[in-house]
Design a protein around this ligand. Structure first.
Ligand code: ATP
Length: 278
């Protein structure tokens, strides 16, 4: 049986700078509902709850733990450029689940989890994403989906860099660690990596794979002709992603000197020959 763990980067269509991005993760055994990423950051979450006063309670822990979809918000610190320009923080994390507005204290939004500007990506991964990876390795499809305006920190969170690896490299390493820890099972991992640019799907692992079609069959939705590469180690998977990044559309915006101008979907497909769940 194959299971998929997908990770996606998506910009929301919103004017003005905002230093927070959201991560949605889901784990379920049936097809997903689509997520509307076009509303404003504070109201974009399917799971966010507007709290009208300081005294309102956050959703009960028990209620949240039943959900297949969780929504988290990560605030990045102001950049040197923003500090120089005298930018001020408008929204901030009040504890682990509440987002508040500096100018309107009566407005607050509750999320499954809120991370402040000093939180490391490792911590975001452990709290908000790791369960989707361990679930996928057990046979439950999962998606980690990052969205936010340009320069809000999606690439930093999902890809990261050498000093602070993002959710994708951490997930790939985790998947291989799980395989090593379960020698009685036979796994095979494959990866695919695509971009959606101007509503056109391009295969980032195969430069010839341009303008691919999205199809549906009894198993679900798939991209016709997408290349799926077998990966043998974390370094192998990460080198494929790095090669794929070379083919990606990037540019500059007023808010981000190196802005990813496309949405991307990285998929890790796990095949297990002798798992109980298969
Ligand atoms: N948590 C963080 N801590 C420190 N710096 C961060 C953090 N998040 C983002 N940054 C920095 O902020 C800048 C913008 O982040 P990033 O490129 O990840 O945004 P983005 O949402 O991917 O933007 P775009 O949609 O334009 O590609 C980068 O210089 C990045 O290094």
């Amino acid at each position: 049986m194959t299971t998929r763990i997908g990770s996606k980067n998506k910009k929301v269509n919103s004017k003005g700078a905002n230093s927070s991005s959201s991560t949605t993760s889901s784990s379920k055994q049936y097809p997903e509902v689509s997520i509307d990423g076009l509303s404003s950051p504070a109201s974009s979450s399917m799971r966010s709850k507007l709290l009208h006063s300081h005294s309102d309670n956050i959703p009960a822990e028990a209620e949240r733990s039943k959900e297949n979809v969780t929504v988290t918000v990560r605030f990045r610190p102001l950049s040197q450029r923003e500090i120089r320009q005298g930018e001020e923080i408008a929204w901030y994390a009040d504890g682990d689940t509440i987002v508040r507005n500096e100018n309107t204290p009566s407005i607050a939004y509750a999320y499954d989890r809120v991370f402040g500007p000093t939180t490391t990506t490792r911590h975001v991964y452990d709290v908000a994403a790791q369960h989707a990876i361990s679930g996928a390795m057990e046979g439950i499809n999962g998606t980690i989906f990052a969205y936010g305006v340009t320069s809000s920190g999606k690439t930093h969170t999902m890809h990261g860099d050498q000093r602070s690896p993002g959710i994708i490299p951490l997930a790939v390493k985790d998947a291989f660690s799980i395989i090593q820890e379960t020698p009685n099972r036979e796994f095979l991992l494959r990866v695919s990596y695509l971009e959606i640019y101007n509503e056109v799907v391009n295969d980032l692992l195969n430069p010839a794979g341009q303008n691919l079609r999205i199809r549906e069959d009894a198993q679900g939705t798939f991209v016709e002709g997408i290349k799926e590469e077998v990966v043998l180690s974390p370094a192998h998977a990460l080198s494929l992603i790095a090669a794929g990044e070379e083919h990606r559309h990037v540019g500059s915006t007023n808010f981000n000197l190196l802005s990813s101008r496309s949405h991307t979907i990285f998929t890790l497909i796990r095949f297990c020959r002798n798992c109980k769940t298969c």
